[in-house]
Design a protein around this ligand. Structure first.
Ligand SMILES: CC(C)(COP(=O)(O)OP(=O)(O)OC[C@H]1O[C@@H](n2cnc3c(N)ncnc32)[C@H](O)[C@@H]1OP(=O)(O)O)[C@@H](O)C(=O)NCCC(=O)NCCS
Length: 240
């Protein structure tokens, strides 16, 4: 399928978490069986730098390359620290037993290419294959879904819309025009070879809704690459 094109987007009524998010100085941590998801702090730059300088991790990001120095990691971390914590909901993912930060994840990008908010995550390679990715994503979507909501008007890719929800599926927008009411979604984007990440998304209750072909920005040749897109219906019961 073609890549998302904002010129084709449709305007809908839906819900999103109410902004601003709780600032990180008072944001509660989330505890799971083996992990603590806590607010990021400026002191996380060192462990984040370890993650962001592992080529095995960074190859799965849209840039594809490692951070060139600590200052580059500091810039990335700044996206989630005050004052930007009011628009992002991203967590340091730490081991409960030792407190060691092994990953970072959450709602890092205000809007995905499809117009819906996006979730993302990365773990240092030593922590892979132990189920932490799944444990994180399940806990994150539960917390995200429980945030207070507000009604919003949003421009979204029509291919993300299955069936309108709500009474009759339509509602007035207050300006005389009727806008479709659609179920809120959280989107996760991955690439065709990242089967670990699909595994995590599926187990956390995400469903694949389309695969599009983009130019691979990680390599100079910009070859075409398939990008499967997944979505999570925030208002539906969570995966166990
Ligand atoms: C993707 C990532 C978060 C997965 O984390 P993880 O803790 O290893 O994931 P989990 O152990 O919870 O689950 C991986 C699942 O994918 C499946 N899987 C598919 N191919 C796999 C592979 N080659 N190796 C391991 N698991 C694989 C497994 O079945 C596993 O499910 P299981 O527990 O039922 O066996 C981690 O590998 C990572 O940080 N990668 C680099 C960054 C990245 O890709 N981020 C996501 C961008 S979309």
């Amino acid at each position: 399928m073609a890549e998302p094109d904002p010129k084709t987007f449709v305007t809908v009524k839906t819900t999103l978490p109410r902004k601003p998010y709780t600032t990180i100085n008072v944001r509660p941590s989330i505890t799971t069986e083996r992990l603590i998801l806590r607010a990021l702090t400026p002191d996380d730059v060192q462990p984040l730098h370890i993650i962001r300088t592992q080529p095995e991790v960074m190859i799965w990001t849209s840039r594809g390359t490692v951070d060139k120095d600590l200052a580059a990691t500091q810039n990335e971390l700044a996206f989630f620290l005050p004052p930007k914590d009011e628009t992002t909901f991203n967590f340091a993912i730490c081991l409960r037993e030792t407190g060691e930060m092994v990953g970072i994840g959450g709602h890092h990008n205000k809007m995905s290419s499809f117009g819906w908010p996006e979730v993302g995550y990365m773990f240092r390679k030593e922590a892979w294959g132990k189920g932490y990715g799944t444990e994180f994503l399940k806990a994150f979507v539960r917390e995200y879904a429980a945030l207070p909501r507000e009604e919003v008007v949003l421009k979204i890719d029509p291919r993300t819309v299955t069936a309108p929800s709500g009474e009759g599926g339509r509602a007035g927008d207050g300006a005389g025009e009727l806008l479709p009411v659609v179920e809120e979604q959280l989107v996760a984007l991955t690439e065709i070879n990242n089967s670990r990440s699909w595994g995590v998304m599926k187990k956390a209750g995400f469903e694949h809704f389309l695969t599009w072909v983009a130019r691979d920005t990680r390599y100079e040749e910009h070859k075409p690459i398939e990008l499967p897109a997944y979505r999570y219906f925030v208002g539906r019961p969570a995966a166990q």
